[in-house]
Design a protein around this ligand. Structure first.
Ligand code: IMP
Ligand code: MG
Length: 185
């Protein structure tokens, strides 16, 4: 796995330090609120696991899964809900926990979908943000790191379902997803 990584962008220590800061902010901002964290599977699962262990207020968890890129690296804009929430969110404070905002298409769809269920509030927490790639107007309320326009894997993020278990976030070698002579970028 390691040999497929071009460069480590964020090591374990940097990630955990920042995740702890995000958790502290969330604990302060939502003190006294009925908060549910919605983890977007599968990419955000590892981020969520570290994040919640540093949140000091009572919360509940729920999970949603959407269709992904398949084996490609570009969002299609077609979002399908593969797994919906177990419980209604009406009247509750909702925080979406996502791994990365790229084009923003996935999150825009999810945000609008969840907003239509009348939560008390709706915010977004993402570990990574690639602002250069945005196609729709969506912004995270909590963001771990701004990163350059590179395809990254590890700490939950995958390419073709691989690399999620790397403890760091690294840039995937281009030859892994764009074979020589191919037109993919
Ligand atoms: P968007 O709809 O283009 O914003 O894409 C969001 C989803 O695409 C994320 O939840 C990830 O699953 C995936 N994604 C986007 N960029 C990357 C990346 O650099 N590495 C791995 N997955 C990515
Ligand atoms: Mg993915």
């Amino acid at each position: 796995m390691q040999e497929d990584i071009q460069e480590v962008l964020l090591d374990e220590e940097a990630i955990l330090g920042r995740v702890r800061e995000l958790a502290e902010g969330i604990s302060e901002d939502y003190a006294g609120c009925d908060l549910v964290l919605i983890c977007i599977l599968k990419g955000a699962a590892i981020f969520l696991a570290d994040l919640v262990r540093h949140i000091t207020i009572p919360i509940t968890l729920d999970f949603m899964a959407t269709s992904s890129y398949g084996r490609g690296t570009e969002s299609t804009g077609v979002v399908r809900i593969l797994k919906d929430l177990d419980e209604p969110v009406e009247g509750r404070h909702v925080l979406i926990v996502e791994d990365i905002i790229d084009s923003g298409l996935t999150l825009k769809y999810l945000y609008d979908n969840l907003a239509s269920r009348h939560p008390a509030s709706l915010k977004i927490c993402t570990l990574l943000d690639k602002p250069e790639r945005r196609l729709v107007n969506i912004k995270a309320d909590y963001n771990g790191f701004l990163i350059p326009d590179e395809f990254v894997v590890g700490y939950g993020l995958d390419y073709a379902e691989k690399y999620r278990n790397l403890p760091f976030i690294g840039i995937l070698k281009r030859e892994i997803y764009a074979p020589a002579g191919g037109k993919n970028t």
